[in-house]
Design a binder for this molecule. Sequence first.
Ligand SMILES: Cc1ncc(COP(=O)(O)O)c(C=O)c1O
Length: 398
Amino acid sequence: MIRFSSSAQKMRSSEIRKLMKLAADPSLISFAGGMPANSLFPIDTLDEIYASLSVQAKQTAMQYGPTEGLPPLVKGLKEYLASKGFNLEGQDLLVTTGAQQAINVIAKVMLDPDDIVITEYPSFIGALAAFKSYQAITEGVPMDDEGIIISKLEEALDKHKSRVKLVYLSPYFHNPAGIIYSESRKNAVLEVLRKRKICLLEDDPYGELYFDQADKVLTQPIKTMVNDESVPICYAGSFSKIFGPGIRLGWLLAPTEIIDKCQLCKQSMDACSSSFTQVLATEFLKESRLEKYLQLLRPVYARKAQIMLDSLKEHMPKGVSWTTPKGGFYIWVTLPEHMDSSDVFSKSIEGGAAFVIGSAFDPAGKRNNSFRLAFSHTPEDMIAKGVEIVADAVKASL
Ligand SMILES: Cc1ncc(COP(=O)(O)O)c(C=O)c1O
């Protein structure tokens, strides 16, 4: 008899994992994976970067590195963040193995069993799993199309008082909701947190992927709006959606006191993130390579989103609604209250298309009359057909 830890015993059941496996069947048109399109990876740039590396740089790439990140990458990231308006005074940066690790180390240094983390409903599966792995309780606060609903956030904070250790938000092209916070909603969030001095974890892997230049202003992180220590904000970013998830690199910018603890914590997790990919990422930040690549990505994802929106409009029956993304990878579809997206999922798989059911994104694991469609990974010419299959499954389940 294997005696698992109590946190391992509480890890989420396998139902969602089973569905994910089904959704990974290559014969399906899949809107399931929150992944960049393979065809878009900057392979030529990668070849060019690698070919230009000195022997010394290649040796560094093969060696262990400092836990906080290779100094040239830390420097490059700090410059990048400063150019986005972050004030780095009193803050420090930790290079992480994806934003997922940034979330995980914050959870590990902040949370004790039964502490409460307020998240949005719906929320990112990976963050929910990280919080739960430290036996914290996640409570989802609903959103509208401008972000988390402030009165509901206040209600949750008032209800749980000092048991709330952390608020976790993903305000820019939300996974799975697809929305972006309005300026006024960000200000209101800040005011609420300031009043209660609660730590915010701001997760921003998609902010660079706006479809329209005019919406760039909306992607200004909340952390850049604070120039004092009235509210501790930890900001997580990632190379996954703007370079490639295979390099497994992200970062955490937070008050020095928090980063010091996170660094100790990361040391015992993986000692350091891959030096190999850190060397590549360092070069990717130079000579406007990142910005040129983003200019290539944005119109492609914008087009895919539009095809999906047009197809939803054409095929979905009355009573079904969905969000209209201004960037990122996702559309969140909401069915009439009595419906169950697991039923729709089974029928849709039979028809040949996959997505992720809504309960996966519910901090309580219950509400299931919604689902997530990712348009990012699916070839353009298959999106309309896939949406038609999903819509037929919805009609059959109605
Ligand atoms: C909102 C959000 N945060 C964090 C992550 C984790 O990203 P990474 O690949 O950098 O670990 C993802 C990945 O899908 C995400 O959607």
